[in-house]
Design a binder for this molecule. Structure first.
Ligand code: GLY
Length: 367
């Protein structure tokens, strides 16, 4: 049975996130019940399209939508200004009006890009997320962040735009490889650590089942992540009230790992997990956290298949990279530190304190 989570963000119409097996078939009917759009523009990529595009188009067509589909090359490179430009042209060529619907069928890249072009074409047309990776089901498809990359950095151009509906058909996860699976588990662990004891202890208890992809556990984990994220976003949609920043736990160091190692060397979720390990050490040294939480978190990440990375770099290079992140404000690094499950705060440790911890961390990597 599918689980429905309602995302209710002030100033927006509430929208449903439906999580369960076999949801693609009924997608058209579901969308027809909430939209009178004559046309749907489906964006997918070269990995996902061959598997699911036909079923999605059929479902939309049966519900009376005229459909146009564009398949982009799979991979982060597609989140570009050039690709966004091509999509705007394709939407105009398909004669889409403001009453059209954009459907994002794929992982985070497709979702971010489709959301971006939908929110800018004709000053905004509604869009629907159909996430097909664990990472996008538990995080990027919900909450309305859209974006594309520039040479200067990832997601430097984007909008906040909430989807009309999110369809998480969990059968689409069956084809994910082990790396992609663990990658999504990184974001699940992140959510559990910041949500609190309830989710963190539940995940500790079910970590093996999660790693083994037990269907009921996976469905519940996704629902827990979405419920938690919906609450965070409802309190701070634009990441301006010091609440949504908690979702960046593990990302400050994690982004530096991804960038210094070269994008794609480590998956995003693996880099975030490594960032959580480092942040836990920083919390012990800087924010009075106990070693106990850091150890529990390490064990959880191990069981989820997110072993420590062999990544080591010069501490100064890592610090400089972290300070180049778009989350720095007034030259100050803003670090999400978790003292215990759910007990988090955003701290601005000075460079000396961070450098000291980076030195100790890199030394432990070399030992
Ligand atoms: N992925 C973090 C956020 O949506 O804020």
């Amino acid at each position: 049975m599918a689980i429905k989570v309602v995302v209710n963000i002030p100033g927006h119409a509430p929208y449903d996130v439906r999580i369960g097996n076999g949801q693609l078939e009924g997608l058209g009917t579901k969308l027809r019940a909430i939209s009178s759009a004559p046309a749907a523009f489906v964006l997918t990529d070269s990995n996902v399209g061959p598997r699911y595009l036909e079923a999605v188009r059929r479902s939309l067509k049966n519900a009376g939508f005229r459909t146009t589909a564009v398949t982009i090359p799979a991979g982060e490179e597609s989140k570009s200004v050039a690709c966004a430009g091509e999509l705007w042209h394709a939407m105009a060529d398909a004669k889409l009006g403001r009453d059209a619907l954009v459907v994002a069928l794929g992982g985070g890249v497709v979702g971010d890009l489709a959301g971006f072009v939908a929110s800018t074409y004709m000053r905004g047309v509604p869009f629907v997320q159909v996430p097909t990776t664990l990472l996008s089901m538990v995080d990027s498809s919900v909450g309305g962040k859209t974006g594309i990359n520039l040479d200067a950095g990832k997601n430097l151009v984007g909008t906040f735009c909430q989807p009309l509906y999110v369809c998480a058909s969990t059968d689409t996860l069956d084809t994910l490889d082990a790396r992609e699976w663990a990658c999504g588990c990184g974001e699940v662990a992140k959510s559990a650590a910041i949500e609190g004891d309830d989710f963190f202890f539940w995940l500790m208890e079910h970590a093996e089942a999660m790693a083994a992809r037990d269907a009921a556990v996976v469905q519940e984990a996704i629902a827990r992540c979405v419920t938690f994220k919906a609450d965070v976003v409802a309190r701070d949609e634009h990441e301006s009230a010091g609440v949504r920043e908690c979702l960046n736990y593990g990302h400050t160091y994690g982004h530096a790992v991804e960038k210094i190692a070269g994008y794609g060397v480590y998956s995003h979720g693996h880099a975030v997990a490594e960032g959580m390990r480092f942040a836990a050490r920083l919390a012990v040294a800087y924010a009075g956290a106990s070693e106990e939480f850091a150890q529990a978190q390490d064990e959880l990440l191990d069981v989820l298949g997110l072993q420590p990375l062999d990544f080591a770099a010069s501490p100064q290079e890592v610090l400089d990279c972290m300070k180049g992140d778009k989350k720095v404000r007034g030259g100050k690094l803003r670090y999400v530190l978790v003292r215990d499950a759910g007990d988090w705060s955003v701290e601005t440790p000075d460079d000396g304190a961070v450098l000291e911890q980076l030195e100790a961390w890199m030394a432990s990597k070399r030992a």
